[in-house]
Design a protein around this ligand. Structure first.
Ligand code: DAH
Length: 364
């Protein structure tokens, strides 16, 4: 045998024993790979660009042409064997993973779904719409006004000038700076003024909304509460229209079995003025038989104030009181809701406890 015409050191990687060792090491690494990640690392080490078989392949180039075929065949055999082992191991590991996912991510389609709570509007919102609906059905419009109001709308135009004692009936929250003449409205009555100025005549509006007073929260008071204002100004309006309208309202809200009555009262913006009382739903006025805690034995429950619009208010809005007259009313939304549902503590309406609101269902 003639001496080789290449340097054997340069092609040591092609040595049969070394190739066989690389083959064995690759097979062992693939077999030992416990996960697809491990297997990917093993592939880089044993079949990647720097792996023994790849480097050995490059050495073939320095062999004499006659020796290349044989060397190439041997390297290829090892590479193919390693690739086959890799493919086999990958298939096995993928299969294992799929089996595991099927178990771990199993969905029991027969399980009952958990309760999905459905949100609902607050009973104060729904009652305000219910009241508005009663008047809309009579042809009235719904009006809105700002909660931050100028003193003139909240008091002066309503015939309550600065020194009027009735102002003290309504503990007012004034907005800074001092002297700004801006208040958190104490009543929805300023919407009367805004409606007369903006809408013209005749005017039939209801205005539900929030009002604010400097009161501490207890079972019967809240610094924020709801009112609904009503105003009708037209030609020939009399107290009979007021009486008839409120009677229709009381019947629609509380049912025809409870009587309503007007009791003389005083408000600066109405003359004459009255309180609207509804017969107590608990005792229906039959207090002689047993004491009634709901109405404190009165037999009646007060739900709001009303009266014929004071001509001074019409004049403040540029309306001729010789030609036009009207009536107005203002009712507490909270009181109405409490009366209608037998709620005894106003705090229940503002604390946001779902155990309270859920009893009202999910009325849209
Ligand atoms: N604004 C009054 C209050 O908050 C309620 C009221 C009484 C409004 C009589 C009216 C009315 O429109 O005519 O106490």
């Amino acid at each position: 045998m003639s001496a080789p015409d290449y340097d054997p050191k340069q092609v040591s990687l092609l040595d049969a024993a070394q190739l066989e060792a690389a083959h064995a090491a690759g097979l062992a690494a693939f077999a030992a790979a416990a996960s697809l990640d491990d297997l990917a690392h093993a592939k880089t080490a044993h079949l990647g660009g720097q792996a023994h078989v790849s480097l050995a392949n490059r050495e073939i180039g320095v062999l004499p042409p006659a020796a290349k075929g044989d060397a190439g065949k041997r390297v290829n055999e090892v590479r193919r064997a390693l690739e086959a082992a890799f493919d086999q191991r990958r298939a096995a590991l993928e299969d294992e993973r799929d089996q595991r996912v099927l178990v771990e991510e199993r969905v029991d389609v027969s399980l009952l779904p958990g309760a999905v709570l459905q949100g609902a509007r607050h009973p104060l919102t729904t009652i305000q719409e219910r009241i508005s609906d009663v008047f809309v059905a009579m042809g009235w419009e719904v009006a809105e006004g700002p909660e931050v109001e100028h003193e003139w709308f909240n008091f002066d135009a309503l015939n309550m000038p600065a020194d009027h004692p009735a102002r003290e009936m309504q503990d007012t929250l004034w907005l800074a700076p001092e002297g700004s003449q801006v208040v958190l409205r104490t009543q929805t009555s300023p919407v009367q003024i805004r409606s007369l100025l903006a809408r013209g005549l005749p005017c039939y509006v209801v205005a539900p909304g929030r009002v604010f007073r400097n009161d501490a929260l207890d079972a019967t008071h809240s610094p924020v509460f709801g009112q609904v204002e009503g105003l009708c100004v037209d030609e020939g309006i009399t107290m009979a229209h007021l009486r008839g309208t409120l009677e229709a309202y009381a019947e629609a809200m509380f049912g025809s079995h409870l009587a309503s009555r007007l009791r003389p009262s005083y408000f600066p913006f109405t003359e004459p003025s009255a309180e609207l009382d509804i017969q107590c739903f608990a005792c229906r006025g039959d207090v002689a038989l047993q004491p009634c805690r709901v109405c404190s034995n009165e037999g009646w429950i007060e739900v709001g104030g009303c009266g014929m619009v004071n001509p001074a208010v019409l004049v403040a809005c540029g309306v001729n009181p010789e030609r036009y007259s009207g009536f107005a009313f203002g009712m507490g939304l909270d009181r109405t809701l409490m009366f209608r549902h037998g709620i005894t503590d106003i705090r229940d309406l503002y604390e946001g406890d779902q155990r309270f609101t859920q009893a009202f269902g999910t009325e849209a």
